[in-house]
Design a protein around this ligand. Sequence first.
Ligand SMILES: NC(=O)C1=CN([C@@H]2O[C@H](COP(=O)(O)OP(=O)(O)OC[C@H]3O[C@@H](n4cnc5c(N)ncnc54)[C@H](OP(=O)(O)O)[C@@H]3O)[C@@H](O)[C@H]2O)C=CC1
Ligand SMILES: CCCCCC(=O)/C=C/[C@H]1[C@H](O)CC(=O)[C@@H]1CCCCCCC(=O)O
Length: 347
Amino acid sequence: MQVQRVVLNSRPGKNGAPVPENFRLEETTLAPELKDGEVLVRTLYLSVDPYMRCRMNEDTGAEYLSPWQLSESVDGGGVGVVESSRCTTCAEGDVVTSFNWPWQTHAVMAGSGLQKVDPQLVDGHLSYLLGAVGMTGLTALLGVREKGHVTKGANQTMVVSGAAGACGSLAGQIGRLDGCVRVVGICGSDEKCKALVEDLGFSAAVNYRQEDVTAKLKESCPDGIDVYFDNVGGAISDTVIAQMNNGGHVILCGQISQYNKDVPYPPPLSDETQENLRSKNITRERFMVLNYMSKVDAALFELSQWVKSAQIKVLETVVNGIENMGVAFCSMMKGGNIGKQIIKISA
Ligand SMILES: NC(=O)C1=CN([C@@H]2O[C@H](COP(=O)(O)OP(=O)(O)OC[C@H]3O[C@@H](n4cnc5c(N)ncnc54)[C@H](OP(=O)(O)O)[C@@H]3O)[C@@H](O)[C@H]2O)C=CC1
Ligand SMILES: CCCCCC(=O)/C=C/[C@H]1[C@H](O)CC(=O)[C@@H]1CCCCCCC(=O)O
């Protein structure tokens, strides 16, 4: 069977933005017969995520991330349907997901590496398995619960950076559902700010590209900031932390503003920000969703209920076609997405 796949064509270098030409589309042939334990899957949706920028480097800088190899298939989160199976746990027609789905239109995979999913979890909206009811939703929910110390009745204000993205748009809504009285988002366009306030129920939003973030935060957070869901790091986070209250909590989810730079993860903080954290007794613990796998089933059920009941609204930016994987990845890294960036591979 002839299929299309995306391979890593070149590395952007540790210092530099990725470009679509770092990826190459190829034709390849799948073996005609499945071996014992293998399944043939048709890819429905693929995910592009910020951590992939680290996988483009020869040395990813993170022990849990392996580098993509030049001229080899790129992989990441994917969802698809089983077309034929020689695995006892997967049958034709099953919907399955994996974190290591190759960027291919069809693939032969080991059935043992696939998770079978009930489409009812997402009312048939299968791309949500890569977003709100998948790794992204888990990151937002478990990040808030494990590191946020959000307490009903405590009159807390939460700020979210990268707020109109996949994790951020969910984290802010979860902060509100869990009891924060005020949730303020920071993001990169007026259109995104409008979506946060008018569609997702954020109390206010700041466009960091156009507005004075210090002044706008002071105005939007009159009682200071208690919880900060940090997706971006860098100068934005320094500004937020400077306005945090004593005993506040930073959820260190990601630092995307630093991923195109040759710095370790997490990147070092300025002396001033370190002193702000110390003097105000603010916690800032690294959060990694993969460390909470025992909580995944209950968390996915909760996310599913919230999405189905529309207590959480889901935003997606969907691009069609495997030939657009590189374009979609680079666009997401520059803020081209609202909500989760999804690539639809087949219907
Ligand atoms: N700890 C964990 O377990 C996990 C962590 N993460 C992290 O969460 C964060 C968000 O990931 P995800 O929701 O998938 O991605 P998003 O959907 O948020 O997409 C990335 C967004 O980052 C913003 N951005 C890009 N460059 C900058 C910059 N220099 N300064 C500020 N914002 C920038 C852009 O929005 P804008 O227009 O606002 O600039 C862009 O849309 C990342 O840091 C990621 O590494 C993700 C999954 C798991
Ligand atoms: C080094 C920067 C990492 C910043 C944090 C981040 O974005 C983490 C993302 C992971 C999150 O825990 C859930 C995921 O899906 C991301 C990691 C995926 C790991 C796949 C490993 C694949 C491989 O290396 O073979």
